[in-house]
Design a protein around this ligand. Structure first.
Ligand code: PGA
Length: 237
């Protein structure tokens, strides 16, 4: 399974180094079968070296090698730190920064052509969820428009916006139902995200249609992420 920690606009380069140190120490004593991803803020990217099974990725990147794109980073800046993993289409970028589906798809195509591993996020608002399951499903599928679903390094994260950072995760029934339907459209691994924590991780990961979790707040402290990894380690599936 896959466990990914999204730092969002938290942590610095210094604290990310410390976080990775704690994590590496934990993993040296508690080896994991799972794949781990860490997304620190762009300013905390660095040459972290070989950290198997941890992949450090970027939360965003512009679809160009370099150029006149003020405030962005692109292929050249990622290459400096051997970054090969991206988080794309997060709802905070779509909603708060106005990132369109066309731009998400453009970023995906650019970095897929470079063979990056891409965790691509989808998820509906509460307003959409209230319009019923058909509306919810079509909304999520529309966020996959222009994405090559057969790309072998694609990982999809379903994160209902109403569950992100609210402390109220979707119920197991809601996750099961949505994931089961989404999975009819692709064979890429499907993560759940939205208020995942030490209390609900086990139940979520035990669902057969869940291939891992994307975690924000509950993974901000390295010790907490280690705890989440330990919980996942006990799940046989
Ligand atoms: P949360 O964030 O776990 O704090 O809800 C998840 C995410 O936005 O990726």
């Amino acid at each position: 399974m896959i466990l990914a920690a999204n730092f969002k606009m938290n942590h610095t380069r210094k604290t990310t180094h410390a976080y990775l140190e704690t994590l590496a120490q934990f993993l040296s004593q508690n080896p994991t079968r799972h794949e781990l991803f860490l997304f620190p803020p762009l300013s905390a990217l660095d040459s972290y070296g070989r950290l198997n099974p941890i992949h450090v990725g970027a939360q965003n990147a512009y679809p160009a090698k370099n150029g006149a794109f003020t405030g962005e980073i692109g292929e050249e800046q990622l290459e400096e730190f051997q970054i090969r993993t991206l988080l794309l289409g997060h709802s905070e970028r779509r909603q708060k920064l106005g990132e369109s589906q066309a731009l998400c798809a453009k970023k995906f195509a650019y970095y897929a052509a470079l063979n990056y591993t891409i965790i691509y996020c989808i998820g509906e608002s509460l307003e959409t969820r209230k319009r019923g399951f058909d509306a919810t499903l079509s909304y999520n599928l529309a966020q996959l428009e222009g994405i090559d679903l057969s790309y072998p390094k694609l990982i999809i994260a379903y994160e209902p916006i109403w569950a992100i950072g609210t402390g109220v995760s979707a119920t197991l029934e809601e996750i099961d139902h949505t994931h089961t339907h989404l999975k009819k459209s692709f064979s890429a691994p499907l993560l759940y995200g939205g208020s995942v924590n030490q209390e609900n991780l086990k139940g979520i990961l035990e669902l057969p249609c869940v291939d891992g979790a994307l975690i924000g707040g509950a993974a901000l402290r390295a010790e907490d992420f280690c705890h989440l990894i330990a919980i996942a380690e006990k799940i046989i599936k």
